[in-house]
Design a protein around this ligand. Structure first.
Ligand SMILES: [Zn+2]
Length: 140
């Protein structure tokens, strides 16, 4: 099943966590329910520095519903590095990268081959209509 959406509050959490980790990288695991990202896990043993983020992927088999990863780039470039692409290919279906200044426009999602994927931001309070979907402005 492919991931199509992310909960607004989950995205907010990612952006806040990225901001507070700055100038270091924030790293976490994405969890999903059905086709929507709903939760972030920060793994024990995760080490971050200004240069790189290392995630202990040997912890992953114990996690259920893990669908991919998220990490931040303290630069303003949200595109994957060569190391990121190598990691994406080993694990998960979807990978989010946030970049400075970590606002609603400074993140991207990629599939395991490093191709950009468009995720819809799910806002539960609102009944989405075709005229009133703020994410549409961003993606269209
Ligand atoms: Zn990266």
């Amino acid at each position: 099943m492919s991931i199509r959406e992310i909960d607004e509050k989950t995205l907010d959490f990612i952006l806040e966590a990225s901001k507070s980790a700055h100038p270091n990288e924030f790293v976490g695991i994405l969890r999903s329910e059905k086709n929507k990202i709903t939760e972030i896990l920060v793994l024990p043993g995760t080490h971050t520095s200004e240069q790189s983020a290392f995630m202990n992927i040997y912890m992953l088999p114990i996690l259920s519903h893990a669908c991919g990863s998220v990490h931040s780039h303290p630069s303003s470039n949200p595109n994957p590095s060569q190391n990121d692409l190598t990691f994406f290919d080993k694990f998960g279906e979807i990978h989010i990268i946030t970049a400075n200044p970590y606002d609603g426009d400074s993140w991207k999602a990629f599939n395991r081959r490093g191709k950009e994927v468009k995720l819809k931001v799910f806002r539960p309070e609102k009944n989405p209509t075709s005229e009133d979907e703020p994410w549409k402005k961003f993606w269209d």
